[in-house]
Design a protein around this ligand. Sequence first.
Ligand SMILES: NC(=O)c1ccc[n+]([C@@H]2O[C@H](COP(=O)([O-])OP(=O)(O)OC[C@H]3O[C@@H](n4cnc5c(N)ncnc54)[C@H](OP(=O)(O)O)[C@@H]3O)[C@@H](O)[C@H]2O)c1
Length: 260
Amino acid sequence: MSDFSGVSLKGKTAIVTGASRGIGAGIAILLAKRGANIVVNHVSEGSKKRAQAVVDEITKIGTKAVLCQADVSTLDDFSKIVDAALKISETGKIDILVHNAAAGLEANLLDTTPDFYTTHFDCNVRGPIFLTKEIIPHIARGGRVVFISSAGARLGVAGQTVYAATKAADEALVRVWAKEFGHSHGITVNCVNPGPVATDQWFQSNEQFLKDMQPLIESTPAAPRVGEVDDIAPLVAFLCSDDARWVTGSCLSANGGLYN
Ligand SMILES: NC(=O)c1ccc[n+]([C@@H]2O[C@H](COP(=O)([O-])OP(=O)(O)OC[C@H]3O[C@@H](n4cnc5c(N)ncnc54)[C@H](OP(=O)(O)O)[C@@H]3O)[C@@H](O)[C@H]2O)c1
């Protein structure tokens, strides 16, 4: 008989930041399909309906979901996220934290302002650092922290001075925290590193950037196309599972072989 128990997330409680749309929504729904209860986080008022639709879809799947509007750039908002997770937890613990929300605008170095820098670093680096710190006391042994990084961290894409630096910082955090929280807490910390994915973030890129990226996309070894949310979410679900217990401090490339 088939045994898929190693990939089951039944009864786990997961927080997915930025889960109203795009990759985060795909991750939230897939983790729910594997049995997890989900905190569906988003930030903007305009996304409330989309985030609620994700919650409704999860409820239909049959696990618990709660909407949590909170800004990962704002430290004072973190208690809302923790409280939401504890409210739906079946064990009083939190099992999975997926750092997916990110600011991802392009700017060449010469157009980069201190405000642009701060907005991106607050959302992509400071937020995950202090949200993780807040959540660690509540994470169960066997817990999982997964970051969504980006090709930008390693590929060297023009126009991504600040964004690339934030994502490289996230990849560094994964390696450090794997060591800090392995023996002490039994937690694994990993990241999934997508190439271009067809979401709002990709389509909001300026025309020149999309044009410059076209040759790279056509050279993608697995297929000459941008990635889809469904190319990324299963890797996150795997890293959250018991089957992935021996994987920590690693970065799983989800980019059709563009680079490793
Ligand atoms: N798309 C790509 O080509 C690509 C490639 C590589 C890596 N990635 C990474 O994949 C992740 C998801 O990207 P995506 O393309 O799915 O993005 P997206 O479609 O633009 O969605 C962004 C999500 O993040 C949320 N968010 C943004 N700022 C937030 C904040 N301060 N606090 C809480 N939530 C916030 C948004 O909430 P609202 O809806 O409320 O605004 C939304 O749910 C990001 O880490 C991104 O860097 C994307």
